[in-house]
Design a protein. Structure first.
Length: 236
């Protein structure tokens, strides 16, 4: 079967196929050339990402290749490839976007990126902000995975409010109104770590039924980045 059942803290053990073990693929091994028992062992801690949610009696499907989605870019910290969304078909534009991104990447930064469709009209500052956000997110995620016992959740999808804050708040944002104290608290914590908008300008108002910013943009993230966790194989 060339698969391992991995304990990630849910009711059912998750499923990791040998084809989804990134290090195995990178070393040039075919799926049937090396038994999975020689790659993983019981009790081993892994950093994994859910690529398919549990359904029915089946547990979640996992991958050891982590991808983190921002508004304009997807960060692949274990890869070195720069890819372009297939929706961007013009070859000259694809090369121009690739060149812009390479110019913005800090020297010595590891990992690869996928340029999303929304990057077509983005400014260099917006792309730079996405790079900074994603690389900091990866740094924080790996730090949590090192300090957390297995199994532990070290990252999960952003809430709608957090995605609005990530995608719409800029240095020009002066005020954010939120109708929930709990949501306000989570947004304030997220803003303090990852966004350029001033935290002191946010406030909480009751019973409005929505959250809004003073910047009238309706841009939204269209791709989910599923949760990552440190886990231990339960058996192969």
């Amino acid at each position: 079967m060339q698969s391992a059942f991995v304990e990630i803290g849910l009711e059912r053990a998750a499923f990791l196929h040998i084809a989804d073990i990134w290090e195995h693929r990178q070393n040039g091994h075919g799926g049937a050339e090396r038994p999975i028992e020689r790659i993983l062992h019981e009790g081993q801690a892994l950093l994994v990402q859910v690529i398919k949610d549990p359904i029915g009696t089946k547990g979640a499907r996992l991958s050891t290749q982590v991808s983190l989605a921002g508004r304009l870019l997807v960060y692949l910290p274990q890869d070195s490839h720069i890819g372009i969304s297939q929706r961007i078909e013009d070859e000259a534009e694809r090369e121009q976007l690739r060149g812009r991104l390479q110019h913005l990447l800090p020297e010595g930064l590891g990992g690869g990126f996928i340029i999303r469709t929304m990057a077509e009209t983005a400014t260099e500052r917006e792309m730079q902000s996405d790079i900074e956000y994603l690389t900091k997110l990866w740094h924080d995620l790996t730090a949590r995975s090192t300090d957390s016992p297995a199994p532990s959740l070290v990252y999960q999808d952003l809430s709608l409010a957090q995605r609005v804050l990530r995608d719409m708040a800029t240095e020009e944002t002066t005020r954010i109104v939120v109708d929930s104290r709990e949501t306000h608290q989570r947004m304030a914590e997220f803003a303090g770590q990852y966004t350029p908008a001033p935290r002191a300008a946010s406030s909480t108002t009751p019973a409005t039924g929505r959250c809004s910013t003073s910047r009238r943009s309706r841009t939204r993230s269209r791709r989910r980045s599923r949760g990552a966790s440190t886990s231990s194989p339960a058996g192969t």
